[in-house]
Design a protein. Sequence first.
Length: 294
Amino acid sequence: METLNSLVVYYQSTGLGLSEIVKRLSLRIYNYPLGKFRASEDDCGDFYLFFYPRLLRTLKHFQDRGKPFEWYFNSVLHWHYKVYCSRKRKDQTRWAVARNVLFWELPEPGLVVSAPSLRSDRGGRIIPIDRFGGSRENTCRKRILFLALKNARHLDDSAISWISDLTEIEEDHLIAMVERLRANLYKRELRLHKLYERQNKILTKVFLLQQDLLWEVDPKIKSELAFSLCELGTALRSVQRRIRRVRLHPSNRELAELLQVPKGTIDTSLYWLRRQLLENKPRGKQGRIPELCA
């Protein structure tokens, strides 16, 4: 019966005999984790799948220098098993990180502006009157339009229809303005998603480094890990500042350019409408209106 050493040398020179080599080595690869601490049958199968693609590379790199192939193979097997255990530990840590409450995705847009949200539960008027008893209908309609466009990202079809009837603006024209604003906001949403992904990656690295720092005993390595944590903390604060600067609602200047009105008109209108909504806001937990961007 030919030895493994001769079979490997023959395979390197002719490319034949691979099936016989794999047949002899497969069981050894599969059973290798069983001799290690805390290894299970699942580890045997996973390690076999991990090492098998690297088997051909191991056979090609072997050089016959007087020592048998079994010696070289055991050393390679030992090294690859350490790599497998390291990757398995990191994967398990990443799964634990993925369930951490710090990792929140960007919330889906919800309905913020709707007909009931703009009405007062205390009998307040949507269209107020001035101090002389005159109606301020046109002014209030403009303010409601400004507020609706300010929250264009959150409007649904029923809200758009209700605002169209209230402001006496054609629904198609209102939809066109809302879609134009949403198109500008879409780029900001993509940018915000990328910033959240970057933040999550940094938080993952922080969590992994904290775990390594907890179990590390070498003072030199601990100091290097602590320095890396400080650098990641700086990067994390930078990303979080950029996240806070992203606004998912149109600016007053964008509304002014869209409606062809002075920016000061938008500023003043939203200020007084926000003040009116706060004055008519019901007290208590029941019947509270959602937070509006104004």
